[in-house]
Design a protein around this ligand. Sequence first.
Ligand SMILES: *[C@@H]1O[C@H](CO)[C@@H](O)[C@H](O)[C@H]1NC(C)=O
Ligand SMILES: *[C@@H]1O[C@H](CO)[C@@H](O)[C@H](O)[C@H]1NC(C)=O
Ligand SMILES: *[C@@H]1O[C@H](CO)[C@@H](O)[C@H](O)[C@H]1NC(C)=O
Ligand SMILES: *[C@@H]1O[C@H](CO)[C@@H](O)[C@H](O)[C@H]1NC(C)=O
Ligand SMILES: *[C@@H]1O[C@H](CO)[C@@H](O)[C@H](O)[C@H]1NC(C)=O
Ligand SMILES: *[C@@H]1O[C@H](CO)[C@@H](O)[C@H](O)[C@H]1NC(C)=O
Ligand SMILES: *[C@@H]1O[C@H](CO)[C@@H](O)[C@H](O)[C@H]1NC(C)=O
Ligand SMILES: *[C@@H]1O[C@H](CO)[C@@H](O)[C@H](O)[C@H]1NC(C)=O
Length: 335
Amino acid sequence: MAAPYRSGRQLLLLLVPLLRAVEPHSQPGWPVPYRRFDYRPKSDPYCQARYTFCPTGSPIPIMKDEDVIEVYRLQAPVWEFKYGGLLGHLKIMHDAVGFRSSLTGRNYTMEWYELFQLGNCTFPHLRPNIDAPFWCNQGAACFYEGIDDAHWKENGTLILMTAITGIMFNQMAKWVKYDNDTGIYYETWTVRASPDQQSVVWFESYECSKFVLRTYQKLSDLGAVFNNIQTNYTTITLFSGEPIYLGNETSIFGPPGNRTMAEALRDFYSPFKPPRAVKEFFWNLLKIIDRVILQQRFYLFYNLEYWFLPMKSPYIKITYEEIPLPNRNKSGFGL
Ligand SMILES: *[C@@H]1O[C@H](CO)[C@@H](O)[C@H](O)[C@H]1NC(C)=O
Ligand SMILES: *[C@@H]1O[C@H](CO)[C@@H](O)[C@H](O)[C@H]1NC(C)=O
Ligand SMILES: *[C@@H]1O[C@H](CO)[C@@H](O)[C@H](O)[C@H]1NC(C)=O
Ligand SMILES: *[C@@H]1O[C@H](CO)[C@@H](O)[C@H](O)[C@H]1NC(C)=O
Ligand SMILES: *[C@@H]1O[C@H](CO)[C@@H](O)[C@H](O)[C@H]1NC(C)=O
Ligand SMILES: *[C@@H]1O[C@H](CO)[C@@H](O)[C@H](O)[C@H]1NC(C)=O
Ligand SMILES: *[C@@H]1O[C@H](CO)[C@@H](O)[C@H](O)[C@H]1NC(C)=O
Ligand SMILES: *[C@@H]1O[C@H](CO)[C@@H](O)[C@H](O)[C@H]1NC(C)=O
């Protein structure tokens, strides 16, 4: 369709009154930006990982400038899910990135995941004598030597995406450090107004696939040119009307807090103890869906703040959809 305006200036003039009209309401920008912190705090000793986070992790090596590093897309089903009959059919995938140095022949895996597993990132603990729900919800990047080909290939994906120089790899490593030090908390849910692709996104999740997407974007910014492949990711989405801001831990559960609201929050979370097993996670998920559909309420914890979500149909959806690779129209170093 032809552009209805002859010049950008005319368009701008037309927009000015619109912008003015919108200003006084000062709506929060949607989606609510994911908050970055100055540094990563030590996790509370109450939070004890059942499986050590990143057991074979190593610092990211410095590559020689002239090295050629192959970059792989790695994706595999979260295998424990196959034990929940219904859930085996869902495409719930974990994402990672692989690297292989041509000079040394060594390869590496890089991923981002929960320090205390998915359940702890999705449901808080209600502790005796502590009013506020207690969260063990940190996530972090993990880098280790080796790529377990069989694990990724057999029921998932191991595919070459691009090749980069050692210089680009080293620059990426600096960015990973920044990203890992400032993006601290795992966010399970995407929240949007409706399943319509054009609908408003209220909150973006922050989990393994988002880290992989940021890494691809960083590599693209550094000049990487990706092969033409389709890249799908798992998203768990909640559907709600416009979220209502409630406050943070101090303002809700502290002395000046509204007791009714504090009780409503505790009550909402009470059936959902962080599960000890993946199976339990899904039981809790089903319980939460039941509550959410019957009562059309959900309390979201995002950026360490609480929001009320007026839930609406279809309430929750797990999708496996394409998020395309960054534009490949840059000239750069690639295969
Ligand atoms: C979740 O956190 C609790 C409390 O620290 C801990 O006991 C449990 O092991 C954690 N779950 C997993 C799977 O790490
Ligand atoms: C990210 O931070 C965590 C927690 O401090 C640390 O264990 C991990 O090694 C870091 N990852 C990388 C790739 O540096
Ligand atoms: C990574 O290295 C291991 C050990 O040498 C090898 O078995 C595997 O095939 C390599 N994978 C890739 C994708 O380079
Ligand atoms: C791939 O899926 C099959 C069938 O469900 C399973 O038996 C096998 O263990 C899976 N492979 C890996 C590497 O997990
Ligand atoms: C919590 O909210 C209150 C009131 O909005 C604010 O003054 C305080 O700085 C917040 N606390 C944290 C830890 O963000
Ligand atoms: C306290 O919270 C409840 C439930 O969110 C709300 O209905 C009530 O108006 C609040 N009270 C005050 C004084 O803000
Ligand atoms: C990948 O995503 C595209 C578009 O979002 C979809 O049409 C396709 O069916 C998905 N592939 C799989 C294997 O689900
Ligand atoms: C792709 O090329 C167009 C035209 O040169 C440019 O405007 C656009 O910003 C490029 N996209 C990216 C992601 O670089």
